[in-house]
Design a protein around this ligand. Structure first.
Ligand SMILES: Nc1ncnc2c1ncn2[C@@H]1O[C@H](COP(=O)(O)OP(=O)(O)OP(=O)(O)O)[C@@H](O)[C@H]1O
Ligand SMILES: [Mg+2]
Length: 222
């Protein structure tokens, strides 16, 4: 059983001699196959926490452990495996590659994992169908709406069936109906693939679909 453990995480930012304590001692345990919501007002540190859990940003102090191993002390091979297979991060912004088609964007994680081009194309097509965008697959991301781009990012984050999916405001750009569909898709994957799901959201409905709800306030989870 995979688990991600955050141990006494602190994060401070210094910008132009301004100092901000964003996370003030976060300790929490996430289990594979379970669902978690992190809520809290804007600017409270939700994205910062998810980036740290995904290994993209180092905490000022404290550790993130995957099955007891510190993710910031991985060698290159373990780090690549962690980023490509174990944790999928769905950023608050879609960050699609603007020169690649929608289909090619979704294929990228598979190509990095050295799967065959044909296999990647097939899986990317299936994922685009699941997020309702198969008809847009040949287009460039810029020609899609914000919500459509977010759904392409969804498909890309799911490509390698991550053990944990960290989703930062996944329904932020979506209408209520499409947002509900995306949450249903994620919850289906939790069951089918025993995926762990950690979502940050302002949306009460989205948060309430998760088994555990935490509020990030004053740098601490409550
Ligand atoms: N790279 C950075 N450098 C300096 N300050 C940062 C950096 N990233 C985040 N911050 C600061 O940390 C605080 C928390 O930001 P964060 O993006 O984690 O909030 P959030 O809870 O995700 O907000 P939102 O709900 O608006 O997405 C903010 O005050 C922000 O200015
Ligand atoms: Mg955020």
């Amino acid at each position: 059983m995979n688990r991600i453990e955050a141990n006494n995480i602190y994060k401070e930012f210094y910008v132009k001699s301004q100092h901000e304590n964003v996370l003030n001692g976060i300790t929490i345990d996430f289990q594979q196959g379970q669902t978690y919501a992190i809520t809290g007002v804007s600017g409270t540190g939700k994205s910062t926490l998810l980036h740290i859990l995904a290994g993209l940003e180092e905490p000022t102090s404290g550790q993130v452990l995957l099955d007891g191993k510190n993710i910031f002390q991985f060698d290159n091979k373990s780090r690549n495996h962690f980023l490509n297979k174990q944790v999928g991060l769905l950023f608050q912004q879609p960050y699609l590659i603007k020169e690649l088609s929608v289909l090619e964007n979704v294929m990228v994680p598979g190509l990095i994992a050295q799967k065959s081009f044909e296999e990647c194309k097939k899986r990317a097509g299936q994922l685009l169908q699941q997020v309702g965008l198969e008809h847009k697959k040949e287009q460039l991301p810029m020609s899609l709406s914000g919500g459509q781009q977010q759904r392409v990012a969804f498909a890309r984050a799911l490509f390698n069936k991550p053990t944990f999916l960290l989703a930062d405001e996944p329904t932020g750009n979506l209408d209520i109906t499409t947002g509900k569909k995306m949450i249903e898709l994620l919850l289906q994957l939790v069951v089918e693939n025993n995926m762990g799901l950690i979502i940050s959201s302002h949306d009460k409905y989205v948060a309430e679909q998760m088994e555990q709800i935490f509020v990030l306030q004053d740098g601490m989870l409550k």
